[in-house]
Design a binder for this molecule. Structure first.
Ligand SMILES: Cc1cc2nc3c(=O)[nH]c(=O)nc-3n(C[C@H](O)[C@H](O)[C@H](O)COP(=O)(O)OP(=O)(O)OC[C@H]3O[C@@H](n4cnc5c(N)ncnc54)[C@H](O)[C@@H]3O)c2cc1C
Length: 554
């Protein structure tokens, strides 16, 4: 039984702005920057500005910039990776705007690594048939994007409320009787995550840019702030979550030991792009004969091959394989400085020794259904970046398409809202919010372990049933006695999104993209549609989940 609202202290203050943006990663800051010259905009972010995934991105941003590359090839690579669930028209729009988004970031001051002459350096990643990944500082691409947007936002006078947790979307009724977004309930937090005060921010437009939900798994490349809050808020506001069974597992995070938990260092695909090769512990190549692109095959293929190699236990090792990047040699440290740091921290020098790696949750391909211009099914609510399902990624994201998507769609929504705002409506406060149960943060470990163990790279009906009952036990124990603070709000959101993801993964009885069922190994044409998960009854304090099969559509 899933709480239909989050309990929070009564609001003691109010603000009114034209646009409130929830989240300060690439998507949220792009939106805020684009709307700022014309509208009042407030960015609400639950931690420091750079707490989301953006600053961790290593590989870079995909865009057609090489004279021998083409928009058609980028489109086809994206469609191939998405295995029939991409919206082709949306992919074409993203791909055609991607080069401009790179030039825009450069005009804002982003320093991408230079190539020959006046060209930007481009590299290749898995699933790309050409070199089209723009990077910065070697493997510090996301940090440069975050720095550029942070500084640009400050320069442009964007107001930011840091350590402010968006608890709940607020809705109201338009003069035409249509329900629409009216603002957000926000808790200002102290350094320990305890609420200092709660307030209502009224806005004509709410832009959800709160990132993905990689933290529902015990082992992930995502930072601690990526807890699915935006998805949980949206489903509680009556919106469907679309295709959330498609969690992309990165094939290669640094394996630091059998009991490693939480965010793990990523070993970027660009390392394989530069020639590194995967081996199992017995010294056999993992990707030979598995896929024509071998070590540069799409992520789902590489993650599944590694999972199978680990299950075979070659060389007596069941929980990791090895990435041999020694062919890159001394150049490795200069090209991949952060990865070098992480490897040296566990005593491995990638220039001379093989790196132990394993798959971990990485990117949420599904999310709140939105168009590339951010609009959703709720008037006044816009969603951009990893929190969304726009149709760009389908069943599996092509590497480095996500930062590009965040900048393109964030900028679009900001520009559109600069042109025209929805009417502001009066927010209705939920009367059940005072009594709603919260999940005990101590029990979150049970949810995460169940997700990693039973809903990972390979799943089946039996493993998913185990996950469902482990999560249900935690949700059933949710109580009105748990103190309302960042930890219990995140725990409730994580358990909500986990339950929804398991429901969708159970319903999709086929394998496609990054959703792999060992009991349904084939991809079936009859499954070329979306799955929407909603809460069945929003009038009760808790509700069950409903699944709908929805024809493909933007
Ligand atoms: C290790 C790693 C490497 C990656 N490498 C690449 C790459 O090379 N190329 C690529 O394209 N993509 C890459 N990705 C994915 C990419 O980084 C993300 O998809 C992208 O940064 C998401 O941007 P975003 O703005 O949607 O969300 P984020 O950057 O995650 O930002 C979300 C924001 O929302 C805030 N927030 C969340 N909940 C709340 C709440 N309740 N209230 C207020 N604020 C909230 C967070 O604090 C944060 O500021 C990588 C991801 C990781 C983790």
């Amino acid at each position: 039984m899933i709480p239909t609202s989050l309990r929070a202290p009564a609001p003691s203050w109010e603000r009114t702005v034209d646009v409130v943006v929830l989240g300060s990663g690439a998507a949220g800051l792009s939106a805020a920057l684009a709307v700022r010259p014309v509208r009042s905009v407030l960015v609400v972010t639950k931690d420091v500005l750079s707490a989301g995934s953006t600053r961790w991105a290593q590989g870079g941003l995909a865009a057609v910039l090489h004279p021998e590359d083409s928009l058609e090839e980028h489109t086809q690579d994206t469609l191939t990776a998405g295995v029939g669930l991409c919206e082709e028209s949306v992919v074409r729009r993203l791909v055609s705007e991607a080069p401009r988004s790179i030039h825009y970031l450069m005009r804002l001051g982003a320093a991408f690594d230079p190539g020959d002459g006046d060209q930007i350096a481009l590299t290749r990643e898995g699933g790309h048939s050409r070199e089209r990944i723009v990077h910065s500082g070697g493997d510090r691409s996301g940090a440069e994007v975050q720095r550029t947007l942070d500084e640009s936002a400050v320069r442009a006078g964007v107001e930011v409320l840091e350590r402010a947790f968006a608890v709940e979307l607020l809705t109201g009724w338009g003069p035409d009787g249509v329900r629409q977004a009216a603002g957000v309930l926000v808790a200002e937090l102290d350094a320990d995550g305890e609420p200092v005060s709660v307030g209502v921010i009224r806005a004509n437009a709410v832009v959800l840019a709160s990132g993905g939900y990689g933290q529902v798994f015990a082992s992930t490349s995502n930072p601690p702030a990526v807890t699915g809050d935006g998805l949980a808020m949206a489903v509680r506001a009556g919106l469907p979550l679309t295709d959330i069974e498609f969690m992309q597992f990165h094939p290669t995070v640094l394996w630091t030991g059998a009991d490693a938990r939480g965010q793990q260092a990523l070993i970027s695909e660009a390392v394989r792009g530069e020639g590194a090769v995967l081996f199992d512990a017995a010294g056999e190549r993992v990707m030979a004969g598995v896929h024509p692109l071998e070590d540069l095959a799409p992520r789902d293929v590489v993650a599944a091959a590694i999972t199978e190699a680990m299950a075979r236990g070659a060389g007596g090792v069941h929980d990791h394989v090895y990435l041999d990047a020694t062919s890159i040699g001394e150049r490795f440290a200069e090209r991949f400085p952060s990865i070098t740091e992480s490897c040296l921290a566990i005593g491995v020098d990638p220039a001379t020794a093989r790196i132990p790696v394993a798959p971990a949750s990485h990117y949420a391909c599904g999310g709140v259904r939105a168009h590339l211009d951010g609009s959703t099914s709720l008037r006044g609510l816009y969603a951009v970046g990893e929190v969304t399902r726009t149709g760009v990624h389908g069943a599996n994201r092509l590497a480095s398409n996500s930062l590009t998507e965040g900048v393109v769609s964030g900028t679009r929504v900001g520009r559109d809202l600069a042109w025209e705002l929805p009417e502001r409506v009066e927010p209705e406060l939920d009367s059940s919010a005072g009594v709603s149960p919260l999940v005990d943060p101590v029990r979150l470990v049970e949810v995460r372990m169940a997700m990693s163990r039973y809903t990972g790279v390979l799943r089946n009906a039996q493993s998913l049933a185990h996950a469902e009952s482990a999560i249900a036990a935690v949700l059933t124990a949710a109580s009105g006695d748990i103190v309302a603070n960042r930890a219990s709000w995140e725990a409730t959101n994580l358990a909500t999104v986990s339950a929804a993801m398991v429901a969708a993964a159970t319903a999709r009885t086929e394998s496609r993209g990054c959703h792999r069922r060992s009991d349904h190994p084939d991809t079936s044409d009859s499954w070329r549609h979306n799955l929407d998960v909603t809460l069945r009854d929003l009038t009760e304090v808790t509700s069950t989940l409903a699944i709908a099969h929805v024809p493909l559509g933007p």
